[in-house]
Design a binder for this molecule. Sequence first.
Ligand SMILES: Cc1cc2nc3c(=O)[nH]c(=O)nc-3n(C[C@H](O)[C@H](O)[C@H](O)COP(=O)(O)OP(=O)(O)OC[C@H]3O[C@@H](n4cnc5c(N)ncnc54)[C@H](O)[C@@H]3O)c2cc1C
Ligand code: SF4
Ligand code: SF4
Length: 781
Amino acid sequence: MKFWPSSLISRYTEWLHGQWYGGTVERLPEVGPLGATRFSRVRIAGDLLGIPLLKFASQTGAQVVNEFAEQGFFWTVPPPGMQEMVIIGGGVSGSAAALEAKLLGLKVRLLETGVPLATLANFQVGKPIFTFPTNMVPKSALVIEGNTKETLLASLQKQLSDKGVVFEQKRVSHLTYARDHVVVHIEGEKEPILAKTVVIAVGRSGNFRRLNVPGEDLGKVTNRLHDPNDYKGKKVLVVGGGDSACEAVITMAKAGADIWMAVRGRDLSRSKADLAEEVERLIPGKLLFETRVKEITETEVTLIKSDGLEFPIENDNVFTLIGREPHREFLRKSRLPIAFEWGLTRWLSFLTAFLTVAFIYMWKSEGSWVANAFAQREWFPAPSTIDPNDIIAWFGKWFSYKGSGYGPFRIVGEIFAKNVHSPGFYYELLYTIIILIFGIKRIFKHNTPYITRQTLSLVLIQTIPLFLLPYLILPLMEHWGWFKSGPGLWIADQLFPIPEEGAPREFWRSVGFIFAWPLFIWNAFTAAPLKLWLAIGAFQTFVLIPLLIRRYGKGVYCGWICSCGAMAETLGDAHRAKMPHGPFWNKFNMVGQVILAFAFALLFLRVGSWILIGWQGEASPIGSAFQRWFEYWAIEAKPFGIPLNYSTFVDFFLSGIVGVGLYFHFSGRTWCRFLCPLAALMNIYARFSRFRIFADKKKCISCNGCTSICHQGIDVMNFANKGQPMQDPQCVRCSACVTVCPTGVLSFGYLDSSGNPVLDKILASPTQIRELKLKNGGKKS
Ligand SMILES: Cc1cc2nc3c(=O)[nH]c(=O)nc-3n(C[C@H](O)[C@H](O)[C@H](O)COP(=O)(O)OP(=O)(O)OC[C@H]3O[C@@H](n4cnc5c(N)ncnc54)[C@H](O)[C@@H]3O)c2cc1C
Ligand code: SF4
Ligand code: SF4
């Protein structure tokens, strides 16, 4: 039997984080909007962008060509011997790009290593074609029509030959780059092709993944199914749990084969829901989950279950349909970064980003060695060298009333001028400006009612209560005499005390109106209790936030209010997909619980010392011990020289430096997901929330787009393709999954008191908005 505290902890971990799905994300190339890569003349289209659908392949192929044209790459006639465009890959996407280029009259070459439209040509005979999203009309001249492999292929071939699109059989090995063109290297050829622009449309069909078991190279093992009728009456094992595997099972079972299916995972979540259901119906009892192949012989296959149980089955043929590696070698050799791959360049860029953030954060933090060094030496940009009068004069000049220099804005200048010696002021100013600029960019980029409102909320909260209130509004109120007497004085003394004679009021405490304990601890962990702040803080943390979370989920705070979230949703918008996923990383979700426990222990010591010393005086032995322990663990502790006290380790190092330092390489939500103690507390509240992300399972094509984009590491797809409402407490309601879903599967909402789903009124899915517009004849609602 387990030691009871450890069993309690594992049950708690399972209840809070362990029970949710933990699928991983495929390593695709890192791309910007419209397939942009780090080289402006090279763009990626089709399956490599992450959505494996014919309509998207066609649309993205056409889009990149138009994007190149709009950017003016083809204004001048290319020198002799140079192509205006080379397209690598003659699949749907490459063909759509070639057709678009032809229509624009460009000098283009289309290179294909196999037969034209090779991926489609390799589909099994009679394979049904699904044209998701059904009401999407791709912005491409290449029309996707036909409901079987054969009709689709015939239609595409006709459209391409009618417009004179020519395929050249060549395999591209890699790309190199010159200042004004790209060099396309062909396998087995000495002369490369020079091109002004290159479209990479090589799909995801790289090398087939291998089982790496004895017998895998026997002739009866294959990864291509051409004609299911060839297997009538045969004993066949299909290995894999994705669409291809399910389709192979269905067609062979219908053709009269005796099928077993071995799936490594716990279910068929990697496949479309209707395919999975049909498989379950067709081969009941022969669909084996958590099962791997141990060995293959001429007449048998030995399977092994996750509990170690081995058993042989009779067998004539094996299909290993466990996917293919994307063309990583080609991408690596062409110096195109692949998500989650860490080479020397990435390490160097990570270290540079991390150290820069650490430097800036230390520069702004009073008492750090960087801040001290700057204060002593007055190096640039030492704020202490700035003359406040210059600021006042600047405001007077630019905002003066009728040129008098004494307009209403002069006082604003005077107030801001008081902060010119404080690095923290510049840090907050920069923080606010970044959120404002990237917030506007996010609104324009995604343009859904949900994102517009959410981003406006984040920008306004950062600008008004978190920046203008402490630096301008409260000082102005003081200037106008609001805090001189009466209730104004009482409130100011309670909330913004003067720490010592002659010192300014502590207006910085006003951030406590937004930052709740234990995200912001300094209004609670004071030498003497600040009673009004304690009341406000207790109400926020233990009443208001839980009530809001009950209805709207944790995202009500993390996604709509908090400034850490504001930065992650704006500056971090382009970095979402960098959050690591999977069971290994999910274990770190519990780190926040440890920090939360630390914060609660300090709260206990702090409040305990106030009560005991208040009651028994300084002589109280327990009260003074609490006081000493509190001060030690909150501020002083440095075992072995490592500053493990809360103030330095959590508040300064983890929240300030690590949180922002990991931004550009691990997404903007590392602090929020793994470390923030308030998020850890809200995760507990969120377990009782009625908020859900509902899924229309029929529409889900298991493309994994939603999971890949989630910067909280949630495996959204696994909920969606089973039609289960997503209730992982980590969700911050950013709406990225809802926005990215190509078929409009996902919707925010909540369960009403009878457990029925109620969808939110603010629309977040562009696909649903489009569908609604179509239905309403052009109007949104
Ligand atoms: C089994 C299966 C079933 C599917 N069913 C459906 C469905 O029903 N509905 C749907 O919408 N989608 C379906 N899809 C997805 C659809 O096929 C893809 O989205 C689409 O084919 C992607 O087009 P693409 O041009 O990006 O890539 P591909 O069609 O894979 O084309 C890439 C081409 O690049 C070539 N190439 C690769 N490397 C090089 C190189 N180095 N040099 C030159 N050429 C190169 C390849 O030979 C290939 O022809 C299915 C996919 C599979 C595998
Ligand atoms: S589940 Fe969706 S809304 Fe929630 S955090 Fe992840 S991407 Fe954002
Ligand atoms: S919910 Fe949408 S994005 Fe997620 S897997 Fe399904 S289709 Fe793809």
